[in-house]
Design a binder for this molecule. Structure first.
Ligand code: DHB
Ligand code: FE
Length: 309
């Protein structure tokens, strides 16, 4: 069976992509950002996921403003890199996993989450920047990536709670896929930032740190944040963080925090990053677990019956 082993969140600031593409990662401003992902790159190289599910938002690249799906799942075999105004980024095209994506579509839609299916779709910095941060700059991405684009650009985006519940449906879908696959789910965007308007440049580190704490320990609390609260505290574009709750919903209630990194700023944004791992349920561990007293009594009764008969 396929299983989700971990979740990763990361900001997806386009200037991070530009720093990589223009070979400026060694400059002090950028070094501070990239250093924070060194351990993450080591972690994911060891974790070796077979598939990544990349939850991100399209920034009017693939969908323009004519058609804005709330949840759009990439079911194609390949996703070309979008031209965001400076030509497509010089990164490899994203290879999908059409079989698992079709299975997720069937499971999640029959589970009553009405996804839009994209058999052809370009992907922008929302997806490619986190791939760079986690995998560096390889010639080909090391595993297939299933993109899940979420509308956070035009009101109304989905609620954090809806996103969290969708994460749970995605987990059910993955766990009903027969092939043994290790899946890592990415939630991208955030943290606090506002790109335009009177509050442009807003950063709220106190809110961001509390969000990271709750993401690990008390995600339900985050699902109750309204859009207005999120935007008031974390800026208009901070609303991107509802996407992190899809990632979190797909994990166990109790998770291990593997790593966390936070730095301010990168371009207009507070960069926040966390790796959360599901606790491994080995059969050995569960065999060693104490059986509840009721079960023990039932087993003893059965044994006695066997002896008697
Ligand atoms: C910036 C951040 C984003 O998440 C984005 O989509 C665009 C710009 C920024 O910080 O400049
Ligand atoms: Fe963004």
């Amino acid at each position: 069976m396929a299983r989700i082993i971990a979740g990763v969140t990361s900001s997806h600031v386009p200037a991070i992509g530009a720093a990589i593409d223009n070979h400026r990662t060694g400059e002090p401003y950028w070094q501070r950002v990239f250093e924070g992902f060194e351990r993450s790159k080591e972690w994911i190289a060891k974790a070796k996921p077979d598939v990544v599910i990349g939850v991100y938002n399209d920034h009017a690249s693939a969908f323009s403003v004519e058609i804005i799906p709330t949840f759009a799942l990439g079911t194609a075999a390949e996703f070309p890199i979008a031209d965001e105004g400076w030509g497509p980024r010089p990164v490899p095209a994203v290879k999908g996993h059409p079989e698992l994506a079709a299975h997720i579509a069937q499971s999640v839609i029959l589970d009553e989450f009405d996804l839009t299916l994209c058999n052809k779709m370009e992907v922008d910095h929302g997806l490619t920047v986190p791939l760079n941060l986690m995998f560096g700059t390889p010639k080909e991405w090391p595993c297939p990536v299933i993109p899940l684009a979420v509308n956070v650009v035009q009101y109304p985006p989905p609620t954090g709670n809806r996103c969290y519940m969708l994460g749970k449906a995605i987990r059910r879908a993955v766990e009903s896929y027969p092939e043994d696959l290790k899946v890592v789910i990415f939630g991208t965007g955030g943290m606090s930032h506002q790109i335009s308007g009177q509050r442009a440049g807003l950063i709220n580190s106190k809110f961001d740190h509390a969000f990271l704490d709750n993401l690990t320990k008390n995600p339900k609390k985050l699902t109750r944040l309204s859009h207005l609260e999120l935007m008031r505290e974390a800026g208009a574009e901070g609303v991107e963080m509802v996407m992190w709750l899809i990632m979190r919903g797909a994990l166990d209630d109790k998770v291990d925090e593997v790593y966390r990194f936070y730095t301010v700023p990168a371009s207009n944004t507070a960069v926040g990053h966390i790796i959360l791992a599901n606790r491994v349920k080995s059969s050995k561990k569960s065999a060693g677990k104490k059986a509840p007293a009721k079960l023990k009594r039932a087993a003893a009764r059965q044994k006695i019956q066997r002896i008697r008969s």
